[in-house]
Design a protein around this ligand. Structure first.
Ligand SMILES: Nc1ncnc2c1ncn2[C@@H]1O[C@H](COP(=O)(O)OP(=O)(O)OP(=O)(O)O)[C@@H](O)[C@H]1O
Length: 261
C-alpha cells in the first residue's frame, strides 16, 4: 500500500474510533470554595460500555456523575457527548440524552407510576396515546404488570418495584446514555441480583452506554466493562475489571481491593 493508502486507512480507523466514543471527559474538576471535590479527570467511554465509579466515601463519585448531566456545574474541564461539548448546550437537551436513575428510585411521591415514567416523554410533547403505549411497554420490560402497577403511587410499591419504575423512567425517551447513582444499594440481595441481571439484559438489548456509581466492588466487577477507582477526588485507576484485578496501578488500589476481599 502506498503512502496515500496508509494515510487513508489510518484516517478511516480514526473516524471509526471517534464514532465509537460516546463520552469524552477532559480535565474535569469541581471545587466548593477551596475544597477540591473532583480534580483533573480524563477518560473516554465507548458506545454500549458500562463504566462503574467506585472508591472511598466522599471521593467524588456522585459529583462526577452529576456533572455529566449538569445537575452539578463543573468548575473546570470539558465533557463531550458524541463529540459535542455539553457545557455549551441547553441543559434540557443534555438531560434528554441521559436517563438518570437515583438511589431509592427518586420517584415523585404524589405522582402515579404512569406519570412518573411519562415525565420526559410528556416534556417532549409526545401524543398521549404514544405515551400510554410506551409506559406499558416499559413496565413490561422491567417485569411489572402494567394493569396492576400503572396507577399505583410510589408508597404502594416495594423498594425493588420502585427501583424498577426508576429504571423504566430513565429508559422512557430512549436516551443513549443512562446514569445510575447507587441504584441497588438499598435492596435485599435477591432483588439486587434480579435488578443487576435486568440491567445487563437491557444494556445488551438496547446498546445503552451506562455510567454507574456503586459502593460494591462485586457489583462493579459484575456489571462493568471499565471501572474507575477514585480517592479524594482523583482517579487512581481506570481500566477493565480484569486489569484492575491483576495489575493494580497504585498502592491505594491494591489496598482498596484487599479491603473488599
Ligand atoms: N454542595 C457541596 N458543598 C461542599 N462540599 C460538597 C458539596 N457536595 C459535595 N461536597 C463534598 O464533595 C466531596 C465529594 O462528594 P460526593 O458526593 O461526590 O462523594 P461520593 O464519592 O459520591 O460519596 P459517597 O460514596 O459517600 O456517596 C465530599 O467530600 C463532599 O462532602
Amino acid at each position: 500500500m502506498g503512502c496515500r493508502g496508509t494515510y487513508v486507512s489510518l484516517e478511516i480507523g480514526r473516524i471509526n474510533n471517534e464514532r465509537k466514543i460516546m463520552i469524552t471527559v477532559k480535565n474535569l474538576g469541581k471545587m466548593y470554595d477551596d475544597f477540591v471535590a473532583v480534580s483533573d479527570l480524563n477518560f473516554t467511554v465507548e458506545r454500549g460500555e458500562t463504566l462503574c465509579f467506585i472508591g472511598t466515601s466522599g471521593c467524588g463519585k456522585t459529583t462526577t456523575l452529576k456533572m455529566l448531566n449538569r445537575l452539578i456545574e463543573p468548575t473546570s474541564g470539558e465533557i463531550l457527548l458524541s463529540g459535542e461539548n455539553i457545557l455549551q448546550q441547553n441543559v434540557i437537551d443534555v438531560r434528554r440524552e441521559m436517563g438518570y436513575v437515583m438511589q431509592r428510585g427518586g420517584l415523585f411521591p404524589h405522582w402515579t407510576v404512569k406519570r412518573n415514567i411519562a415525565l420526559v416523554p410528556s416534556l417532549l410533547g409526545w401524543p398521549n396515546a404514544k405515551i400510554q403505549q410506551r409506559v406499558d411497554e416499559l413496565l413490561d420490560l422491567v417485569n411489572l404488570d402494567p394493569g396492576e402497577y400503572r396507577d399505583r403511587f410510589p408508597a404502594q410499591l416495594s423498594g425493588g418495584q420502585r427501583q424498577r419504575v426508576g429504571i423504566a423512567r430513565a429508559f422512557a425517551a430512549d436516551p443513549p446514555v443512562i446514569l445510575m447513582d447507587e441504584p441497588f444499594s438499598a435492596l435485599d440481595p435477591v432483588t439486587r441480583k434480579q435488578l443487576q441481571e435486568k440491567c445487563i439484559e437491557l444494556k445488551e438489548k438496547f446498546e445503552k452506554t451506562i455510567l454507574f456509581v456503586t459502593h460494591d466492588l462485586e457489583e462493579a466487577f459484575l456489571l462493568a466493562d471499565k471501572i474507575m477507582i477514585m480517592d479524594k477526588g482523583k482517579m487512581e485507576q481506570y481500566d477493565t475489571p480484569e486489569n484492575i484485578k491483576n495489575s493494580p496501578a497504585t498502592e491505594f488500589v491494591e489496598k482498596f481491593l484487599q479491603s473488599h476481599e
